[in-house]
Design a protein. Structure first.
Ligand code: A2H
Length: 260
């Protein structure tokens, strides 16, 4: 963060089965054989092996946008507007003059999509669920956040809270209890940096102010001292592997560059 645009990796996370409410909402709005993707923006592409869920803000409004024939992205309107100017949509206006000119299909709050099954590139889990995260910002990235509890303290704190209060959140407990894969080894926090830090700093809630500190510590330790434990670049430093994983995802058509 800070001065200038943030350069994210936007990941194409494919819908494999809609939740009942999402299926009802989308009925007649998109083709039955269309490919629909939730598109989280991440700064840590090298951690994507450990994805266990995809978070939406339950009260944030998400739009379904047509990217090309039979392909749609689910992101905030703000993100769709940015994507249009970055040449990411091949349908609709290349340089829309107003938000009315976006290739918009429908919109709904994040809560409508909770429980949808998706397939996330590189994740060891074949399918994962769309889950609610109350701390998602509507004005950052795409409004979609992929959950990597091994390396993101925010994600670990949210997953723990979701499992603890599954009924309150209207989800099945097991959706929030997928196995946490060690992705990066670090000298100070071992191979589960985020869970280690969350416990060490006695963080008990996804809204705990100490998460900012945990996030800084996890990021610098992982980036400067981390080594990959899995994947194509196993054994390499995170500093080396980060861009290689990103380029590999982009080359395979599973992700694209997105600036915000
Ligand atoms: B990161 P920056 Cl493993 N609201 O990806 C809240 N958080 C958001 C968001 C939004 N609208 N959009 C993106 N993010 C998260 C992975 C990750 C991330 C790991 C460790 C740290 C980390 C898996 N979640 O971020 O404010 C996304 O989570 C720590 C900063 O634009 C994205 O990268 O700098 C990061 O925040 C972008 O944060």
């Amino acid at each position: 963060e800070g001065v200038g645009p943030q350069e994210y990796t936007a990941l194409k996370v494919k819908v494999t089965e809609w939740s009942q409410s999402a299926a009802e909402f989308l009925k007649g709005k998109i083709e039955d054989d269309a490919n629909v993707f939730f598109v989280p923006a991440t700064l840590r592409p090298e951690t994507m092996y450990g994805q266990t869920a995809v978070f939406l803000g339950p009260k944030i409004t998400y739009g379904v946008y047509k990217v090309r024939e039979k392909e749609y992205y689910v992101v905030t309107k703000r993100a769709a507007w940015n994507m249009a100017f970055q040449g990411i949509f091949s349908s609709g206006e290349e340089f829309p003059k107003s938000q009315d000119q976006l290739p918009f299909v429908a919109e709904a709050p994040g809560s409508t999509f909770v429980g949808t099954s998706v397939s996330a590139p590189l994740s060891v889990h074949e399918t994962i669920k769309i889950l609610p995260m109350e701390t998602v910002s509507a004005t950052k990235g795409t409004g979609v956040v992929t959950s990597v509890p091994s390396d993101s303290p925010d994600d670990y704190a949210t997953m723990t809270d979701l499992a603890k209060k599954a009924d309150y959140y209207g989800i099945k407990k097991e959706w929030a209890e997928l196995e946490i894969l060690p992705v990066i080894d670090t000298p100070t926090y071992g191979n589960l940096t985020a869970p280690t830090l969350v416990k060490k700093l006695k963080i008990n809630s996804p809204k705990d102010a100490k998460l900012a500190e945990a996030k800084d510590l996890a990021y610098s330790e992982g980036f400067y001292k981390g080594t990959m434990l899995v994947g194509e670049f196993k054994g390499e430093t995170v500093q080396n592997a980060k861009d290689k994983v990103r380029q590999s995802l982009i080359k395979s058509g599973l992700a694209f560059a997105f600036a915000d």
